[in-house]
Design a protein around this ligand. Structure first.
Ligand code: C5P
Length: 316
């Protein structure tokens, strides 16, 4: 189960990043979908999926399932509210991640997002008093150096303009990077907090916890969606610009969240970082072949290699 969930997470991370970048490249003049709606619909899908699993565990008895939900979620407000902080942070993080991807090329986004290994380590020390060995601190410093290398500006020779499809917006690498840093802070804190919640109370069903989280995430993401895009939704509707690819994105976003929960339960947050760093290799290779706008420089190759080595060093 541990390795299956890690492999699934690697594949999901790679695919969602590539598909997201692809989905934003639309012919000029077309309506682009709103990424805030993807986050909201993914939460709806997670709720349906969690409900399905809880129903199955209740031997498909709707009465039993509803009474479990009442007892565990609706009449146990104190326990449900424990996930309010990670739910709010994840809602913000999921929106910021799409914002960052809008402003960075997929490969740079992936590598910068590895900083979450550092934030996860720091929060593990602060929240669960985890001991980090000297070798691991060295690995974390290497990680930082690698990410800095990757983020050095690409020289002109390595930035090729695509002629087939126009990117529908201007990119701002600095804002993209700041958004990734915020995501890393949220990911580190929420990951450790959620892991602590499920490991402190192993009898608590994982799917009930996921449902609590998804319900609160849905509430928070809906607020964020209306705050950001109310006018656009009022004019062109919730599903403006939705294509088959966008629906796949919604599915992958929901599926990814549920795998994260399984990885944290069966492995831990550090191994989760290892899985995502493998996906750097895949998304770099794929973005190199699929998009004509990015041709990695030497800095990128050296930086990525250092990031991957440091991840292995940290996890081994
Ligand atoms: O990058 P990171 O591992 O922090 O990503 C966490 C993602 O997983 C977020 O999109 C969050 O909404 C989702 N998640 C979830 N259910 C959990 C834990 C995380 O849907 N139990």
């Amino acid at each position: 189960m541990r390795y299956i969930s890690l492999v699934c997470l690697t594949l999901q991370t790679t695919t969602i990043i590539i598909l997201y970048s692809y989905s934003r490249k639309v012919p000029e003049g077309s309506v682009v979908y709103l990424s805030s709606t993807v986050v909201v619909l993914a939460e709806v899908l997670k709720i349906c999926f969690c409900f399905g699993v809880i129903l199955k565990d209740a031997n498909y008895s709707l009465v039993k399932c509803v009474s479990t939900l009442k007892a565990e979620i609706f009449f146990n407000i104190r326990e449900s509210m424990r996930v309010l902080i990670p739910a709010s942070l994840y809602a913000l993080q999921n929106n910021l991640a799409f914002y960052a991807l809008n402003n960075l090329d997929p490969a740079s986004y992936q590598v910068a997002y590895q900083l979450k290994i550092l934030t996860t380590a720091i929060f593990s020390v602060l929240i669960v008093e985890k001991r980090i060995r000297q070798k691991q601190w060295i690995a974390l410093s290497l990680l930082f150096a690698g990410i800095t290398l990757v983020q050095l500006p690409q020289d002109e020779a390595h930035v090729i303009k695509s002629t087939k499809l126009a990117v529908s917006h201007e990119q701002n690498r600095l804002l993209g990077l700041l958004a990734v840093i915020a995501c890393c802070m949220s990911s580190g804190f929420s990951g450790v907090y959620f892991e602590r919640l499920i490991k402190l109370n192993p009898k608590q069903d994982l799917w009930i916890r996921n449902l609590q989280l998804a319900i609160l995430c849905l509430a928070m993401s809906s607020i964020a969606m209306f705050y950001q895009d109310y006018e656009a939704i009022k004019t062109n509707g919730l599903l403006q610009g939705y294509s088959r690819i966008v629906w796949i994105l919604v599915f992958l976003q929901a599926f990814g969240g549920l795998i994260v929960a399984a990885v944290v339960k069966h492995a831990d947050n550090i191994l989760k970082g290892f899985a995502t760093s493998l996906s750097i290799i895949f998304s770099t290779l794929l973005s190199f072949y699929l998009f004509e706008t990015f041709n990695p420089s030497m800095n990128f190759y050296i930086g990525s290699t250092v990031v991957i080595i440091s991840t292995i060093m940290y996890s081994s």
